[in-house]
Design a protein around this ligand. Structure first.
Ligand SMILES: Nc1nc2c(ncn2[C@@H]2O[C@H](COP(=O)(O)OP(=O)(O)OP(=O)(O)O)[C@@H](O)[C@H]2O)c(=O)[nH]1
Ligand SMILES: [Mg+2]
Length: 306
């Protein structure tokens, strides 16, 4: 090796930073919306219904020398002691184990018993950033000052960030605040990585999102989606999926009058899947009744709940 070559090696470049950042909070505060804004692409589904997220979902964003590895979690459950809820809470606990920073998400100006239970759960020895989300819904910002003061008495938060997860600029600002908290170490993922989840998983989640969004409050949150078939033929994906519900009445509701609602769920999911996979998609959807699945550890495992 010549002298010239040696000096041009990039060993003197800026050290890489990489860290795990868990996003936790009670259901429906906007954790998944925030994750998507932070990653810059939809990797976690969202809906106005509580208990939308069921799994730990990793979203990755690499900016210059810093890699942010965000972990979205299910909203922490304080009610109903079903097997599904116990599983969701285990997922939250698991995500808190080896993180570098915790984003504790609440709705700006609000703090209830459900939020307090999550706060109690957070590790005492990790930096916690308080994210006051849905700032756009607070009309009198001045009222946030006494609220913030009361929040600082609950825990010595590392930072306080009021924002709207629906605004990309707010997500970028949050990343600047988080960056110094990332340890200097090698990246965990490629610089282009967005998530650790497969296309197949994202597909089942997108179908569940359309189901949640296109049915009313009568649909119990326990409905789930299983991918039965996944075939790739060149630029075409053939996907078959089953929506599993607990009762016959729920099945009827999802199918709708003359099958209209199921058709709409399928068509909206297909369009988003085509964008996601950059290919054509044939999507076949079925609805099946399996009573008590949400309270059976065995069914939960067969449906992919670790
Ligand atoms: N106005 C407003 N709505 C928001 C904001 N962020 C999220 N939302 C809405 O809040 C609802 C819940 O958002 P999600 O991101 O699904 O909430 P989550 O905390 O992930 O919910 P779970 O997964 O059920 O725990 C959705 O209807 C979002 O559109 C925000 O900054 N402003
Ligand atoms: Mg969520």
């Amino acid at each position: 090796m010549t002298e010239e070559n040696r000096t041009s090696e990039p060993s003197e470049g800026p050290a890489q930073r990489c860290g795990l950042i868990a996003i936790v909070g009670r259901p429906n505060v906007g954790k998944s919306t925030l994750l998507n804004a932070l990653v810059g692409q939809k990797v976690s589904i969202t809906s106005r219904k509580a208990q939308t997220t069921r799994h730990r979902i990793t979203g990755v964003r690499t900016v210059e020398e810093a890699q942010f590895v965000f972990v979205d979690t299910p909203g922490f459950q304080t009610k109903h002691g079903t097997a599904l809820n116990r599983n969701l809470n285990r997922t939250v606990h698991g995500a808190l184990g080896d993180v570098d920073v915790v984003l504790f998400v609440v709705e700006a100006g609000k703090f209830g018993l459900d939020d307090a239970k999550v706060l109690d759960l957070l590790p005492k020895d990790k930096p916690v950033v308080l994210v006051a989300n849905k700032l756009d819904t607070v009309h009198r910002r001045a009222e946030l000052m006494p609220w913030l003061k009361s929040m600082q008495e609950r825990r010595n938060f590392e930072e306080f960030v009021p924002l709207s997860a629906t605004k990309d600029a707010d997500a970028l600002r949050l990343m600047q605040i988080l960056k110094p908290h990332l340890p200097q170490q090698d990246w965990y993922y490629d610089s282009e990585a967005l998530t650790d989840r497969s296309e197949r998983f994202l597909a089942s989640e997108l179908i569940r999102e359309k189901l949640f969004r296109l049915t009313g409050d009568e649909l119990p949150y326990s409905a789930t989606v299983v991918i039965d078939r996944w075939e790739e033929e060149g630029q075409l994906r053939r996907i078959s999926a089953t929506i599993v519900v607990e009762r016959d009445a729920q099945k009827g509701m999802i199918i709708g009058h003359a099958g209209e609602r199921l058709k709409r769920i399928g068509s909206e999911a297909r369009q988003e899947l085509e964008r996601l996979t950059e290919s054509r998609v044939f999507l076949e959807l079925w609805v099946k009744v399996r009573s008590g699945w949400a309270d059976s550890e065995e069914h939960l495992r067969s449906y992919g709940y670790e």
